[in-house]
Write a protein that binds this ligand. Structure first.
Ligand SMILES: Nc1nc2c(c(=O)[nH]1)N[C@H]1C(S)=C(S)[C@@H](COP(=O)(O)OP(=O)(O)OC[C@H]3O[C@@H](n4cnc5c(N)ncnc54)[C@H](O)[C@@H]3O)O[C@H]1N2
Ligand code: MOO
Length: 407
């Protein structure tokens, strides 16, 4: 680590190209010690990632049922109405013989022998007799017709969304086998305040509020961030405490990533024996970000991500290293890399001589349109943006790769 500092002091650039750094983050996340698979009740599983394929424990529907309110009929009409079946009725009606019908509710089990359901709107009822045009098979949903029992409906790696939870319930599940890494964060800076108007010389912490959503987007859970001052000793002891507790798969350190007298991340990680995988990324904003890990080369973990203190730079670093590494740890696809992967850029953007520019853009009519306000010290551009457009050195317009942001 000291070597790195000296290398920097003498102007040597050890920063990785942006795309190489992002690939390294994914690779490390995939190789790192996985968080354990846990079986969580449905109500606690939202936001996690399926650790196993989701299999139908029952078919959908699970019994032959009516898709309409009306009459279940057997054979050709007219039909003699011999009863009524409502939804939730567990003791099914006796099988129908040709010429018989029962009044039936949507979702109720159809009696054996039912050939069709005649909706009320198409039925003419006179006393116990009903007539109408019933086409064979109409409005009867057969057991397993949508999903067969035992069918795999979702692969491991799927994000547990509200729809997944509803589906899991309808397939008979009470709990799901999921993975959800836990993440600890240290937000550093003597100048930071966490509420109200910042007095001169103080700054409102903008990264603490940004972090939980970024972490959850990658399928993980952030423990309450710790706010610490700029001391080296405090950083070492806080990092040791987190490592010793052994509950997290990743530690995020915000600020203290540069080369000033209070920028202790590298020194503190060296003190703990951490290995550095990425030390600086050739991108703007987000240059001083870093990625490393504790544990061995064979079994890396927990991972450590250093985010620059400038909030816009912290967000750029989060989509470069933090989210790709964490999504890989969760076992899900990297949400920053969803489709479309690239779009034509509309507007003037000049590539930088040797760094990749990350430009806040909004997607309009299939084009990436810069929104401005995306300098390192602000989140104003990112707050308006759908994605960051990746503009490497030597880029030629119009097609630009996109790094998506959570919306
Ligand atoms: N001599 C050099 N100085 C700097 C370099 C460099 O290469 N050589 N890099 C610059 C770049 S680029 C960035 S980015 C910053 C990174 O700084 P640190 O990660 O060390 O963070 P701090 O120095 O603590 O803070 C920088 C800046 O951001 C504000 N800040 C910090 N934390 C927060 C927070 N949680 N919420 C809002 N704002 C925060 C802090 O007040 C400073 O204004 O270093 C450059 N310097
Ligand atoms: O790149 Mo710094 O990360 O400009 O703010």
């Amino acid at each position: 680590m000291r070597v790195h500092r000296e290398a920097r002091a003498h102007g040597a650039d050890i920063a990785r190209p942006w795309n190489v750094a992002r690939a390294a983050a994914r690779d490390l996340g995939a190789r790192a010690v996985r968080p354990p698979t846990r079986r969580l009740p449905l109500e606690e599983a939202r936001g996690a990632t399926l650790a196993e394929d989701l299999v139908a424990l029952v078919g959908v529907p699970s019994y032959d049922t009516s898709a309409m309110d009306g009459y279940a009929v057997a054979g050709p009409g007219p039909w003699n109405v011999v009863g009524r079946v409502l939804a939730g009725q567990r003791d099914g009606h006796a099988a129908l013989r040709p010429g018989q019908a029962v009044e039936i509710a949507t979702g109720a089990p159809v009696p054996g022998g039912t050939e069709a359901v005649l909706p009320y709107e198409h039925a003419l009822r006179r006393g116990a007799e009903v007539t109408g045009e019933a086409r064979p098979g109409r409005h009867v949903r057969r057991a397993g017709e949508e999903t067969a029992r035992g069918e795999t409906v979702l692969p491991a790696g799927t994000s547990v969304t509200p729809a997944v939870l509803g589906l899991a319930a309808s397939l008979g599940h009470d709990a799901l086998a999921v993975r959800r890494p836990r993440v600890a964060a240290l937000v550093t800076g003597d100048e930071l305040v966490h509420s109200g108007l910042p007095a001169p010389g103080t700054v409102r912490d903008a990264i603490g509020p940004l972090l939980p959503g970024m972490v959850e987007w990658a399928g993980a859970l952030l423990e309450d961030p710790r706010h610490i001052g700029d001391g080296f000793g405090t950083m070492v002891s806080e990092l040791s405490r987190i490592v010793t507790a052994g509950t997290v798969s990743m530690i995020v350190v915000c600020g203290a990533s540069s080369v000033g007298p209070a920028d202790h991340v590298r020194g503190a990680l060296a003190e703990l024996g951490a290995r550095t995988v990425v030390d600086g990324v050739s991108c703007r904003p987000g240059h001083p970000q870093l990625l490393g890990h504790l544990g061995s080369l064979r079994e890396p973990g927990p991972l450590v991500v250093g985010l620059p203190g400038n909030p816009g730079a912290a967000l750029a670093a989060a989509v470069t290293l933090l989210v790709p590494a964490l999504a890989a740890l969760s076992g899900r696809a990297d949400p920053t890399a969803r489709s479309p992967r690239a779009l034509p850029l509309r507007g003037e953007v000049e590539p930088h001589g040797h760094d990749t520019r990350l430009v806040a853009v909004r997607i309009e009519d299939g084009h990436a349109v810069p929104v401005g306000h995306d300098r390192p010290g602000t989140l104003r551009g990112a707050a308006m943006a759908d994605a960051l457009a990746v503009i490497p050195p030597g880029w030629s317009p119009p097609e630009a790769e996109l790094v998506w942001l959570p919306r």
